[in-house]
Write a protein that binds this ligand. Structure first.
Ligand code: FAD
Length: 587
C-alpha cells in the first residue's frame, strides 16, 4: 500500500470514480489523487474493448464482476436473486451492455424540486451530459455533445433483427411514430427508434471510462495514482487508530464504490443506522438511518425466441465459436465494424401506455400511474426492445440462432436494502433484499410486457417459434400455447387472447424469470437530512467533514433509463462541485 499522504482519495475506480479522478487531476496538476479499486485493470483487454463480448463478464467464474446474492424471496417463488456489479477499473462502464439511454428531464428535475437538491435539475445536468460525449450520429442536436471523451454511435452493424422490429412497429402500432433520437430527454423520445450505443464509430470500441478518461497518452496524469486489487474497508476519521494498511487524505475522501460498495464502507466506518451497526459490533459515530436503504433497480426479462439461419445475431460470438469469432474479429480489426462492434440491441421503445393499454395492464397499476406518471409526460413505464441473441449462459441452450424480446420496468415501486453482516470481514456478503415484485404494480407491468412484446416477436421475419423452456407454461388447448417451431404471423394478424388461466401462467413465469437490469441505485440517497438523506446536494455525508460520495448510490429516485449515462454525469458533477470548493478553475 502507498505510504504517503494524498490530497484526495477516491474509494472505487468505477464509472463515476474514474470520471471524477480524470477531471480533477487534469484540471489541477498539483493535486495528488489516489484511486483504490477492488478489481483489476482493463487496459486493451478485448473482452472489455470489443462491444460484442459483454456476456463473457457474467459467467459464474468472472474475475471482473462481483455477484451479490439476495435473500430468498417469496415473490420470486423462493428464488435468490443475484445482482452482478462491475469489479474492475471502469466498474459498470467496462462490463455493461453499451446501451446508450438517457433519463427523462423530469427525473433530474425531481431530484432538484422533490428532494431539495439545488443544482441537480435537468437544466444543470444537460450541459454535463453533453460534456462527456461525442455524438457521432447526427450533427447540431441541441441536447448532445460533440467534443467529449465518450463516442456515441449506432455501432458498426444494424442487424436484420433490429430492422425487422422497426418495420413491424411501423405497421403494427401506428399510434406511436418513429424518432431519430430516443435520448433527447423529452417526451418526443417516447417512440420507436434505432437504439444508440456507447460505441465509438471511429474504431468500433466500447466507450468505457478507463480507456477514454484514464488510459492513453492524451490522458496521462502523473498526479493520479491508481491501485487496483485494493478493497477499501473503512474510512478512519482518527488516523491514530490501529489498521494494517492505511492511506491518508489531507483534503477529501470520496466514496465511489457504487450502490453496493459505498453504503458498506460507510457502515464499517460507523455511519449508518444504530441497530444495524450495533448488531455487528461497529461503534456508531454518525447516525444516518437510511444508509443502505432506498435500494432501487429496474426489473428485466429477456424472453428467448428461435431465429432462422438468416438472422444476424451475436450467438456465435457469445458461444465462442472459433470461426465466427475469427470472422468478426478480423472485420473489427480492419474496419472497426461488423457484429463485433454491435451489442445486439438495435431497436426498441421507451413506452408510455395509451388509455387502452392502461386498461389492459389492469387495476394493480392504476394508483401508481395516477400518482407517479400521469403528470410527468416524459416518463415511460417500460423499455421494450429486440435483442439479436439469446441473453444468458450460452452452454445452457442448444447451439443455434436466437433473438430475444427484452423489457424492463423503468420506475419500479419496490424499495430494498443492503447492510453489512460483519465488522471486519470485507468479503462477508451483505444482508441484501431488493424486494422485487413486492408491489403488484411492478408485476402487472411485466406481465403485460410479456404479452405485448410477444406480438412483435411473432411478426419478425426471422421468427421460428418460442424457446419454450423459457416461456410461460400455457395449456396445450390455449391459443397462447408456445411452440418450438413456427412461421412469422402477418403484421395485421389478430393478437393472441389470454384466458384467466393463461394470465396466471404469465404471472408465474414473471416470478420465475424476472432478473436484475444491473441498474442498482439509491442506497446513500441525496436528500435533506430530516427526510433520511445520507448526502447533501454537495455530496457531503451528513455529520462528517471531508467525506463525499459520488456514484449512483446518491440517486434519491429512479431514472427511466439504463444508468451509465447518469453515473458518468454524477462523476462530472462531483468534479465541478469539488473544483469549486477547492478553488480550481476550468471545470
Ligand atoms: C452487467 C451490466 C450491464 C449493464 N448494462 C448497461 C447498459 O447497457 N447501459 C447503461 O446505461 N448501463 C448499464 N449498466 C449500468 C451501469 O453500467 C452502472 O449503473 C454504472 O456503471 C454504475 O456506476 P457507479 O459509478 O455508480 O458504480 P460502478 O461503475 O459499479 O463502480 C463502483 C466501483 O467500485 C469498486 N468497489 C466497490 N467496493 C469497493 C471497495 N470496498 N473498495 C474499492 N473498490 C470498490 C467496484 O469494483 C467498481 O469498480 C450495466 C451494468 C452492469 C453491471
Amino acid at each position: 500500500m502507498p505510504e504517503s499522504t494524498y490530497d484526495i482519495i477516491i474509494a472505487g475506480g468505477g464509472t463515476a470514480g474514474c470520471v471524477l479522478a480524470s477531471r480533477l487531476s487534469t484540471a489541477e496538476p498539483s493535486l495528488k489523487i489516489l484511486v483504490l479499486e477492488a478489481g483489476p485493470h482493463t487496459r486493451n483487454d478485448l473482452f472489455h474493448v470489443q462491444p460484442a463480448r459483454y456476456l463473457h463478464h457474467l459467467r459464474p467464474d468472472s474475475t471482473t464482476i462481483k455477484f451479490y446474492t439476495a435473500k430468498h424471496s417469496e415473490e420470486l417463488l423462493g428464488r435468490q436473486l443475484v445482482v452482478p456489479c462491475g469489479q474492475c477499473l471502469g466498474g459498470g462502464s467496462s462490463v455493461n451492455f453499451t446501451m446508450y439511454t438517457r433519463a427523462s428531464a423530469s427525473d433530474y428535475d425531481d431530484w432538484e424540486t422533490k428532494y431539495g437538491n439545488a443544482g441537480w435539475g435537468s437544466n444543470d445536468l444537460i450541459p454535463l451530459l453533453k460534456k462527456s460525449e461525442t455524438y457521432q450520429i447526427a450533427k447540431d442536436q441541441e441536447t448532445h455533445g460533440y467534443s467529449g471523451p465518450l463516442g456515441v454511435s449506432y455501432g458498426g452493424h444494424f442487424t436484420n433483427v433490429g430492422q425487422q422490429f422497426l418495420e413491424v412497429a411501423k405497421e403494427y402500432d401506428k399510434s406511436r411514430g418513429k424518432t431519430n433520437d430516443l435520448n433527447d430527454l423529452s417526451e418526443k423520445s417516447l417512440a420507436y427508434g434505432r437504439w444508440q450505443k456507447w460505441i465509438d464509430a471511429t474504431n468500433g470500441t466500447r466507450s468505457d471510462v478507463p480507456h477514454h478518461f484514464i488510459y492513453g497518452k492524451e490522458n496521462d496524469h502523473p498526479n493520479l495514482e491508481i491501485q487496483t486489487g485494493c478493497l477499501v474497508k473503512r474510512v478512519i476519521f482518527d488516523p491514530s487508530g490501529p489498521e494494517a494498511y492505511t492511506a491518508k487524505a489531507s483534503k477529501l475522501v470520496v466514496l465511489s464504490a457504487g450502490t453496493f460498495g459505498s453504503p458498506q464502507i460507510l457502515e464499517r466506518s460507523g455511519i449508518g443506522r444504530r441497530d444495524v451497526l450495533e448488531q455487528v459490533g461497529v461503534e456508531p459515530l454518525v447516525q444516518l438511518d437510511e444508509v443502505g436503504e432506498n435500494y432501487q433497480d429496474h426489473n428485466v426479462m429477456f424472453v428467448p425466441y428461435l431465429a432462422s439461419d438468416e438472422a444476424e445475431t451475436l450467438d456465435g460470438i457469445v458461444r465462442n465459436d472459433a470461426d465466427e469469432v475469427k470472422k468478426w474479429d478480423s472485420i473489427w480489426r480492419a474496419k472497426g465494424s461488423g457484429l463485433m462492434s454491435n451489442n445486439a440491441l438495435d431497436a426498441g421503445i421507451k413506452l408510455r401506455p395509451t388509455p387502452e393499454e392502461l386498461k389492459d395492464i389492469g387495476p394493480e397499476f392504476e394508483e401508481t400511474w395516477k400518482e407517479y406518471f400521469e403528470k410527468a409526460p416524459d416518463k415511460p413505464v417500460l423499455w421494450i426492445g429486440a435483442v439479436s441473441m439469446f441473453v444468458g449462459e450460452p452452454s445452457s441452450v442448444p447451439p443455434r440462432k436466437y433473438f430475444s424480446m427484452g423489457y424492463f420496468t423503468t420506475y419500479p415501486v419496490a424499495r430494498g436494502y443492503l447492510h453489512i453482516t460483519d465488522r471486519e470481514d470485507i468479503n462477508a456478503p451483505p444482508s441484501f433484499d431488493p424486494r422485487y415484485l413486492t408491489d403488484k404494480a411492478d408485476l402487472a407491468l411485466l406481465n403485460w410486457a410479456y404479452k405485448r412484446s410477444r406480438e412483435f416477436a411473432r411478426r419478425l421475419g426471422v421468427y421460428q417459434g418460442e424457446y419454450t423452456q423459457a416461456h410461460p407454461k400455457f395449456d396445450e388447448q390455449s391459443p397462447a400455447f408456445c411452440r418450438d417451431s413456427g412461421t412469422p404471423a402477418a403484421v395485421h394478424a389478430e393478437d393472441i387472447q389470454y384466458s384467466g388461466v393463461d394470465e396466471e401462467a404469465v404471472e408465474q413465469y414473471t416470478r420465475e424469470f424476472v432478473a436484475t437490469a444491473w441498474h442498482s441505485i439509491g442506497t446513500c440517497a441525496m436528500k435533506p437530512h430530516e427526510q433520511g438523506g445520507v448526502v447533501d446536494s454537495k455530496l457531503n455525508v451528513y455529520g462528517t467533514r471531508g467525506l463525499k460520495i459520488a456514484d449512483l448510490s446518491i440517486c434519491p429516485s429512479n431514472v427511466g433509463s439504463n444508468t451509465y449515462s447518469t453515473a458518468v454525469t454524477v462523476g462530472e458533477k462531483a468534479a465541478v462541485i469539488i473544483a469549486q470548493e477547492l478553488g480550481i478553475a476550468g471545470l
